[in-house]
Write a protein that binds this ligand. Structure first.
Ligand code: FUL
Length: 481
């Protein structure tokens, strides 16, 4: 009897110990560099080169260096605007398809060093680095693989040139958070005077694995973007719209930059082989480069807010392009819109109604994984259901009927993206009323619904690949509907 009693207690004790072990990761999980990237959420793209002065979107590659002549270039203005707008970093087109380099590359004469800018002594990358440091922003680089100026483009020699330039960028400008590899290749170009069409095979020509390795070796904390990752994927459109179903997973080995994968890139692959989250890139103007004729077509603050909901609100990061004008300054029109957008955003999310409210769950893994972790303001704590549960409810008790119309939900993605289907309901007038339903959550979703007076909110995780892990929930009453 005594022995049996001891054994039973021992077993119970062991069970209670295992209950509070953290859940096992499920499927592919993000790397540290990807986790840091997820937290950035919103940052600036800067398209700037000879095109700014020639009024084109794609330079042919034969532009004279002398056309690059920003008279008031001030990267500190860019950085101040980015910071005032609530952005966390800036990615610059160090070289666009026309091949002109914004830094004095040792491997070509087609750069700032032959331009009137700072009498040929200038280096936009260096100035941007200093400005980013001053404003606490991260910096990223875009280096176009397609180069319409280079005479060797299309031959194996070009890869040596491309990687030499990449090395300059990775070695001389401090910490780079993101390297942006564009998939475009239109064929024709100047190519050192040949003026012809050069088609390359997107799958093989660039030998991406070796270029990726270079970035890993020289900037291990940088993520790499392209249509197919390896770390961050294109969302499949340039309209600023993320997919409502958005897995951070991708069968990236079946893809390559410049391929025809738009739909898959939007949704990701539910059971994809790697963690490759989506980034939404979009311009504040119709074009990527500044054109005077588009000064009246800058997106309004309200439109930017919509893009924010359709990107950050759909488990993506928002890379918003704001192109400097021929002075080398962000235009007043764009600045005004960006700052007003920040003010709108702050009003949307002014007071978190879920904060410090009592939360209960239909299943709790055990100590350290309580439902109260979803509104403690700490991203490192999370609620977990028991291991065998792939559906469970969370109830936030608002104590009295309160108006709400927005919800933010975040999964604890360190251990994988799990939720496949959810619903949110409001307890109102003595009944549970449906508010929204959806599929994936991931790093973050922000959802709108018509204003409701609720005394409690229920989040129903209907289907999950493994026990759901939720790290954060916020509720708001936004002024707009
Ligand atoms: C595209 C390019 O062709 C555009 O000019 C722009 O840079 C955009 C971000 O990517 O592929």
């Amino acid at each position: 009897m005594r022995i049996q009693f001891i054994i039973i207690n021992l077993v119970l004790f062991l069970i209670s110990c295992t209950e509070v072990n953290p859940p096992e990761p499920y499927g592919p999980v993000p790397s540290e560099r990807q986790l840091a990237w997820h937290d950035m959420e919103y940052y600036m793209f800067v398209h700037f080169t000879v095109n700014t002065f020639t009024d084109r979107e794609w330079g042919y590659g034969d532009e004279k260096e002398s056309v690059f002549n920003p008279t008031e270039l001030d990267c500190r203005q860019w950085a101040k605007v980015a910071s005032d707008a609530g952005m966390k970093g800036i990615i610059i087109t160090a070289k666009h398809h026309d091949g002109f380099c914004l830094w004095p590359s040792a491997f070509t004469e087609h750069s700032v060093k032959r331009s009137p800018f700072r009498n040929g002594e200038g280096d936009v990358l260096k100035e941007l680095r200093e400005a980013c440091n001053e404003y606490g922003l991260k910096m990223g680089v875009y280096l176009s693989p397609w180069d319409r100026n280079s005479s060797v483009y299309g031959t194996p020699e070009y890869l040596i040139y491309y990687r030499s330039q990449l090395k300059e960028l990775l070695l001389n400008y401090g910490d780079i958070f993101e390297v942006w590899f564009d998939g475009a290749n239109g064929g024709d170009g100047y190519y050192g005077g040949a003026r012809e069409t050069r088609k390359i095979d997107n799958k093989t020509y660039y030998d991406w694995p070796n270029t990726h390795q270079l970035v890993r070796d020289l900037q291990p904390r940088a993520v790499m973007f392209s249509d197919a990752g390896p770390d961050v994927r294109w969302v499949g459109n340039e309209r600023g719209i993320g997919s409502p179903t958005n897995w951070c997973l991708l069968d990236r080995d079946k893809m390559y930059p410049g391929g025809d994968f738009a739909k898959i890139l939007g949704e990701g692959n539910e059971n994809g082989s790697h963690w490759v989250p989506a980034e939404v890139d979009v311009s504040i103007r119709p074009g990527w480069f500044w054109h005077e004729s588009q000064d009246s077509l800058v997106r309004s603050p309200e439109n930017l807010l919509e893009l924010y909901y359709a990107s950050v609100g759909r488990n993506s990061n928002l890379l918003l392009n704001v192109p400097p004008d021929t002075r080398g300054l962000l235009n007043e029109k764009d600045v005004e819109s960006l700052i007003a957008f920040r003010a709108l955003r702050e009003k949307e999310f002014e007071t978190n109604i879920a904060k410090e409210k009592r939360v209960t769950a239909s299943s709790v893994r055990g100590r350290d994984y309580n439902a109260s972790n979803i509104n403690d303001g700490d991203p490192d704590t999370y609620w977990s259901a028991k291991d065998n549960k792939t559906s469970a409810d969370l109830i936030i008790d608002l104590k009295q009927e309160t108006e709400i119309n927005r919800i933010i939900i975040q999964e604890f993605i360190k251990l994988g993206q799990r939720v496949q289907e959810y619903k949110v309901e409001a307890y109102s007038g003595g009944n549970w009323k449906p508010l929204i339903d959806g599929t994936t959550i991931g790093h973050k979703i922000i959802r709108k619904f018509p204003t409701v007076k609720a005394s409690a909110i229920r989040i129903k995780i209907i289907k999950s690949k493994a026990c759901p892990l939720i790290s954060n929930v916020e509720l708001y009453r936004a002024p707009s509907e």
